[in-house]
Design a protein around this ligand. Structure first.
Ligand code: G3I
Length: 318
């Protein structure tokens, strides 16, 4: 009766879940499974900029610590998510017009304070999240617009100075298969490597949807980043469907979970898989995609779905 985490560990990988302070940390049944099944953990919101620096220069790690302490107690490695993202920024940051020099200083201070706070205790940081558009052009964010594309290399260098042992990742969605967006990461990371910028991995979020089809070039795509010398990880896996769920959809979903797991195991440098919370009960999806959901390996009642056994079967097999 091995857990997902134990089976993944036997394969030299981790199997993790994202979680959140509220309401997850008020539910003991939920926490029991979170603590038992997984050997890796990531705060779904608590390390985002709005949470860690709600006022300029005023840092708050209360929420992040609650999750971090749980992870440590359950011997789970921890992912830092995320230092730079265009969403969930504090109001003071988005309502000010910054010069490039000012914003650079604000960004550097944020990265140093947050990364040093957890120095030596975080396996990997998502340093920049969702930097590209679907067509592979840079997303026009506060950071890009004010600082230009060099903000990415700067952020990686600062994060590395603040915690030289943490693995530093770029992370995005819709980069599971080969295409313009994953090509943009391929080219950027190749260049960063050439410029000796500290970057260690690509996080492939893995927010999949049955109605869009499986990303059939997943393994090939992971492999090309590995061949460049980078680690890869599936960082936010969930597989949603148009509701209502039925047995056929849940069976297909299980197969997809198995296929993603198989793709990761086939690539030596794929270090682990994280589901973006493990239960439909606390899914982010219904709020963002009305009429869709049932995306996680446990259902609303914290009961295992076919996906759970399908993942395990792949982790067990030779
Ligand atoms: O904190 C407020 C609370 O005070 C208020 O009462 C409540 C009412 O709706 O909202 C709470 O804020 C919510 C926040 O999560 C914290 O729970 C926001 O409404 C909600 O929109 C926000 O959603 C998060 C989302 O990122 C924001 O874009 C999800 O929980 C989180 O799972 C999701 O995670 C992202 C990754 O960071 C990046 N990749 C995609 C992934 C899924 O969107």
């Amino acid at each position: 009766k091995k857990t997902l985490g134990e089976l993944a560990e036997a394969r030299g990988r981790y199997f993790g879940s994202a979680t959140d302070n509220n309401p997850q940390f008020t539910n003991p049944d939920y926490l029991k499974i979170l603590g038992e099944e997984f050997n890796h953990n990531v705060a779904g919101n608590a390390l985002k900029w709005y949470a860690t620096e709600p006022q300029r220069g005023v840092f708050d790690f209360t929420l992040a610590d609650q999750i971090f302490d749980f992870a440590r107690k359950h011997r789970q490695s921890f992912r830092g998510h995320t230092l730079i993202w265009h969403n969930q920024l504090p109001e003071w940051l988005t309502t000010t017009t910054w010069t490039a020099d000012e914003l650079r200083a604000v960004l550097k201070n944020h990265i140093f304070k947050v990364v040093k706070q957890y120095k030596g205790r975080i396996l990997a940081w998502d340093v920049v999240n969702e930097a590209f558009n679907e067509d592979g052009t840079y997303r026009q964010t506060l950071f890009y617009n004010t600082l230009g594309p060099g903000y990415i290399a700067d952020a990686l260098r600062w994060a590395h100075q603040a915690d030289p042992k943490a693995k530093l990742y770029l992370n995005d969605y819709n980069i599971e298969g080969i295409g313009p967006k994953s090509d943009a990461y391929y080219n950027l990371m190749k260049q960063l490597k050439k410029d000796r910028v500290p970057v260690h991995g690509l996080g492939v979020q893995g927010h999949l949807a049955l109605q869009f089809g499986f990303p059939t070039t997943l393994r090939e795509n992971l492999q090309r980043f590995a061949d460049l010398g980078f680690d890869v990880a599936i960082t936010e896996l969930d597989i949603r469907m148009i509701l209502p769920a039925d047995d056929a959809k849940l069976a297909t979903q299980a197969q997809w979970y198995a296929d993603v797991t198989r793709a990761c195991l086939a690539v030596r440098r794929c270090v682990g898989i994280t589901v973006w919370d493990y239960t439909d009960k606390y899914s982010w999806i219904p709020q963002f995609f009305p009429g869709e959901g049932a995306a996680h390996p446990w259902d609303e009642n914290l009961l295992r779905k076919p996906a759970y056994d399908a993942i395990k079967a792949v982790l067990r097999a030779g």
